[in-house]
Design a protein around this ligand. Structure first.
Ligand code: TYD
Length: 203
């Protein structure tokens, strides 16, 4: 089982991923929670560069760094752990690249698709939750914590991201389930559990 969580910063992905992980553990699954970029020391180093670098990073460089981090995590963790029967929950995966570097930064979507394919070895999540929240609400939730390099990109960038995620969820309705997170945490969790139960026949 491979489930990913997507959405703009502040949409509530991490909380919902944690709650689903706890639910699946109770149901007897061997759960592994990961995040992108990150998850392994090398990928965490790339994450650090991507989020905190004070040097100007060209969009293509940014794209390749995200893919490098992903390729490392897929080869060293995701492939072997899926084979070992783990239920993997991942905070962001290749849809984030399509949306942030493609719709957001304006890089060629076909190029991104090919690089995503290369970095993931063609692995696609069984299910992806797109947690949908407006820019204002998301920024309110981020609160006063300091913004990382990507979060400093501004309102117009975020509007493109939201439109991108919405478009992807319409293009791949079998895989990507859009859920509004302008709601109580427990209600959102309930919808996620319902979807997972029906997809994987969990009683
Ligand atoms: P993170 O702090 O993990 O954000 P969040 O907690 O909201 O997931 O930072 C990851 C940032 O990197 C986030 O702004 C999204 C961005 N990102 C991309 O631009 N492309 C990608 O392929 C991935 C995985 C993340």
């Amino acid at each position: 089982m491979f489930i990913t969580f997507e959405g703009i910063d502040g949409c509530g992905k991490s909380t919902q991923l944690r709650l689903l992980g706890e639910y699946l553990k109770e149901k007897g699954f061997d759960v592994l929670s990961l995040r992108e970029p990150g998850g392994l020391p090398l990928s965490e180093k790339v994450r650090e560069i991507l989020l905190t670098s004070e040097e100007k990073i060209h969009p293509i460089t940014e794209l390749l760094l995200f893919e490098a981090s992903r390729s490392h995590l897929v080869n060293n963790t995701i492939v072997p752990e899926l084979k070992a029967g783990k239920a993997i929950l991942c905070d962001r995966f290749f849809d984030s690249t399509t949306v942030y570097q493609g719709y957001g930064r304006g890089l060629d979507l076909e190029l991104i698709h090919n690089l995503n394919d290369m970095a993931t070895l063609g692995i696609t999540p069984d299910l992806t939750f797109f947690l949908d929240l407006d820019y204002e609400q998301a920024m309110q939730r981020c609160g006063k914590r300091e913004k990382d390099r990507i979060e400093q990109s501004g309102r117009a960038f975020y509007d493109k991201l939201i439109a991108g995620f919405r478009e992807l969820s319409e293009r791949f309705p079998e895989r990507i389930v859009r859920i509004s997170t302008n709601d109580e945490i427990e209600n959102v969790h309930g919808k996620i559990v319902q979807t997972v139960n029906s997809k994987f026949n969990i009683k």
